[in-house]
Design a protein around this ligand. Structure first.
Ligand code: DP6
Length: 330
């Protein structure tokens, strides 16, 4: 007899150095290429799940509001997988909160689905390996597969659902990299990343990107391992521009960046002339993730906050992956 208990988990968002953009299988979130990321210690989601016999329907609450529609369906899909794996039919109550403002434009699907994967599977009595947990998180949102793993991780694309999961490259303390998340817009983006993945294949440059990625991924990983910030930063920026080139040449085109994004990129180039090394990377939105060493955080943060259009910044270091929490939300 499986014991159904209340379980909570906390999980970080992550920033991709090499990006997941384009799905080979959009139902299973199997990507075209490997991706590499760092977990963010100031951008966390905590989720509580309890499978309870008296419930008629799954109940999903996000940031204290009951959710319906597509947001709820995505959560129920993961609950259904967990029910199949645990051989139960019981419905669940799910509640989730982010410690960063949900209107900050910081993607929360990675932290949300990785926290959900651990809380839901353990509430159903399952003890999943890291690999299985990464797979379950991936089925909710592709990038969530990487948040499960501590520090810096690589999502190996695989070719079936059982071999597409993330593994650790290095633990959080390996390198003192920081991510200054620079909020330049808090509006909901026009096109979700899920829509962007679909459009990516319509870009005439998508195939070129896949070819380039083989050496870029290898070289970025090598630069990371030898802590070579110049080469690492150059490849990081190259990768970002490549993703946005694909987005802008998709049919119809998708524009994620705004004028403040470009202003911040320019200021970073100017700082580098003075020997202060910060490098930009942007996901499917206008906010700039500035990657730098700990010693340069204060000066970069101070300078960037003065750029007109910058609303706020969130400083992150690398963090452990998804963990149990005692902070039950109900
Ligand atoms: C640009 O993981 O949000 O942030 O699998 O449809 O949920 P779904 O997509 P998602 O895509 C993330 C795209 C990205 C790059 C990245 O994080 O690798």
């Amino acid at each position: 007899m499986i014991e159904l208990t209340k379980k909570s988990a906390t999980s970080p968002a992550n920033i991709a150095f090499i990006k997941y953009w384009g799905k080979k299988n959009s139902k299973l979130n199997i990507p075209y290429n490997n991706s590499i990321s760092m977990n963010l210690d100031s951008c966390l989601t905590t989720t509580t799940v309890h499978f309870m016999d008296n419930l008629k329907e799954d109940e999903v609450v996000i940031d204290c509001k009951k959710v319906e529609g597509e947001a709820r369906n995505r959560v129920v899909r993961i609950l259904d997988i967990v029910r199949t794996w645990a051989k139960i039919k019981t419905k669940a109550k799910v509640s989730s909160i982010n410690n960063f403002p949900s209107d900050a434009g910081v993607a929360s699907s990675a932290s949300a689905f990785s926290a959900l994967a651990l809380a839901a599977s353990s509430s159903a009595g399952l003890k999943l390996s890291k690999k299985k947990l990464s797979i379950l998180a991936r089925l909710g949102s592709g990038s969530a597969s990487r948040s499960v793993i501590s520090g810096f991780s690589e999502w190996k694309k695989g070719s079936t659902t059982n071999d597409s999961y993330a593994v650790q490259i290095e633990k959080p303390s390996y390198w003192d990299l920081r991510d200054i998340v620079t909020i330049v817009s808090s509006e909901k983006k026009e096109k979700s990343s899920t829509e962007g993945h679909g459009a990516a294949l319509t870009s005439p440059y998508f195939k070129e990107r896949q070819k380039e990625l083989i050496s870029r991924t290898n070289n970025l990983k090598k630069a990371f391992l030898r802590k070579d910030i110049d080469t690492f930063g150059k490849l990081l920026e190259e990768e970002t521009l490549d993703l946005h080139l694909i987005a802008m040449t998709s049919k119809p085109p998708i524009f994620y960046l705004n004028s403040t994004t470009f202003a911040v990129m320019q200021v970073l180039r100017e700082l580098r002339v003075k020997g202060i090394k910060g490098y930009y990377t942007m996901d499917a939105g206008p906010n700039v993730h500035i990657i730098c060493r700990q010693k340069d955080v204060d000066i970069i943060n101070k300078t960037i906050k003065r750029v007109p259009g910058v609303k706020s910044t969130i400083i992150n270091k690398a963090r452990v992956g998804t963990r149990f929490s005692n902070n039950h939300l109900f």
